[in-house]
Design a protein around this ligand. Sequence first.
Ligand code: 13P
Length: 253
Amino acid sequence: MAERPYIVGNWKMNGTRAMLSEARAIDRAAQRYMKVEVAVAPPYTLIHAVHKEAEQIGVGAQDCHAGPEGAHTGDINAPMVADAGAKFVILGHSERRQDHAETNDCINAKIESAIDAGLRVILCCGETLETRDAGKAEEFVLGQLKAALPKFEDPAERLTVAYEPIWAIGTGRTATADDIAAMHGAIRQLLVDTYGEEASAMVRILYGGSVKPENAREILATPEVGGALVGGASLSAESFLGIVVGASESDES
Ligand code: 13P
């Protein structure tokens, strides 16, 4: 990995205040691996508490509403998560696309609102097994990104892309290194075409889908993999830190 690896835990709909001890343990241990950028995205209810605990790690949200404050019962917008202490937001996750029928246009609007609120964005993309088996994975993923990528000129500090094949999420199944390298290479080319060589060079492309301490080193050593977006294995400090260690070692190789 050329750039500083970025390891992000997505806690999804997990975690009560009892999980703060895990966040604290992750934060303290991350201070020993300064070459790795470590972050967690807890549920909304824990953002502020994790932010108060965190000295080293970044804290983010898993979604935000695209609009300004107003009559939207149950919704939380980008300025609100920023106020709670979030520095980034995950947008376009396949679980949001499936559970809440989020379209690429809606995700694009959320990205614009997040950037306006000063948040960094992790934009997720990924295909179903059906789409992969039909030989259309690359076309599908690039289509998702083309429709959702914001049009700003300087993406370096603000944008991260996460490739998460849906069939690899929570299934224990990971894509092969060749599949990951091919998809990340295609995404890199799209970023170059969209933002230019220099501006896009700093945009990291994370891999997500059953990343664990046992497979992290190999995945993170794959060309164009700039880090990992981790679900299940981020829920315990021990397994999440195993991935952080893997990232620090693959950075040395
Ligand atoms: P798992 O690591 O549990 O497969 O989840 C991946 C993911 O969806 C992270 O956003």
